[in-house]
Ligand binder design. Structure first.
Ligand code: PEP
Ligand code: MG
Length: 296
């Protein structure tokens, strides 16, 4: 079976009736780039940047971050690489940040909530990302967004960084901006959010957790988890429709994206991209290629 999948390398991510649906890979460190290439992913739909913070004894510097992003973007050029800004907090904590223990960490001080509280911390990452954008095709997306105001604040800080860097004469590329849709609030505000960004990436792991009130860390809850829960599928449909109304493309980067029993459903909803674990790329490509959307 593995041998048959190998034959799909170099083939396009196109349905039998000609619609292209990008199949990208999720990665969590620069070392994962080899898996992206080995599995012939069209790009990286989610580069989790937490490795920089988790593998460090202190705040990673702008230079350290720049080097890591540049390496990935340059090696994979001209493929798209979507970097998610720091999603520390909840299950992922580090001592040097001095985050206090919380009663409800999943509902707590995490991701953009930390970044929008500590602007210097956030701007270090944004500057590193903008500088790396000169070396390939880099996009930036923001996690755990719950409102348009949050997205606007993230964008304003990014603009500040861009202006500073331009004044310093730095070379910068064009950067697409994306919003992760992983809270029910983001789904319900998707029309407004879509007017402020270029793409949506649906984080179904958290979207499932927050929609169904099911702690994703708690193994005891497994019998209560329905990976095809109609509420989450409806949210995906709503997100695609809202995104497309305003010219945003829409992808899925949570684990549901690799569920082959849902590939056709997602494609019929109009999903433009599926970003999955590198090992699942060829299997998802196969599923995309065997869909025919014009047939009922
Ligand atoms: C998600 O929530 O679905 C997601 C892709 O992000 P993470 O699993 O890193 O929270
Ligand atoms: Mg998430």
């Amino acid at each position: 079976k593995q041998a048959l999948l190998q034959e799909l390398k170099g083939k396009s991510d196109t349905t039998a009736d000609g619609k292209t649906v990008h199949v990208y890979a999720n990665i969590g460190s620069p070392e994962d780039v080899s898996a992206v290439l080995e599995n012939d992913a069209g790009g990286v739909g989610l580069f989790r940047s937490e490795f920089l913070y988790l593998n460090s004894r202190d705040y990673p510097t702008e230079e350290e971050q720049f080097t890591a992003y540049k390496k990935v973007v340059q090696t994979l050029a001209p493929r798209k690489v979507i970097v998610r800004t720091c999603d520390i907090g909840a299950d992922k904590t580090v001592d040097y940040m001095g985050l206090e223990p919380e009663a409800n960490p999943a509902l707590g001080f995490r991701a953009v909530r930390i970044c929008l509280t500590n602007h210097d911390f956030f701007k270090t990452q944004l500057r590193a990302l903008l500088r790396a954008s000169a070396f390939g095709n880099l996009s930036i997306m923001f996690p755990m967004i719950i409102s348009v105001q949050e997205l606007q604040k993230c964008k304003a800080l990014l603009e500040e960084c861009r202006k500073d860097l331009e004044q310093q004469g730095a070379a910068l590329g064009t950067v697409e901006i994306g919003t992760m849709i992983e809270t029910p609030a983001a789904v319900l505000c998707a029309d407004e959010l879509a007017q402020e960004c270029d793409f949506f990436s649906i984080g179904t792991n958290d979207l499932m957790q927050y929609t169904c009130a099911l702690d994703r860390q708690n193994a005891k809850l497994e019998p209560f988890c329905d990976p095809h829960h109609p509420a989450v599928l409806r949210e995906i449909q709503m997100t695609v429709e809202a995104g497309h109304r305003h010219g945003c493309w829409v992808g899925i980067c949570g684990e549901m994206g690799a569920d082959l029993s849902l590939t056709e459903t997602f494609l019929r909803m109009g999903i433009d991209e599926l970003s999955v674990n590198p090992k699942s790329v060829l299997a998802v490509r196969k599923a995309v290629r065997s869909c025919s959307l014009s047939e009922k």
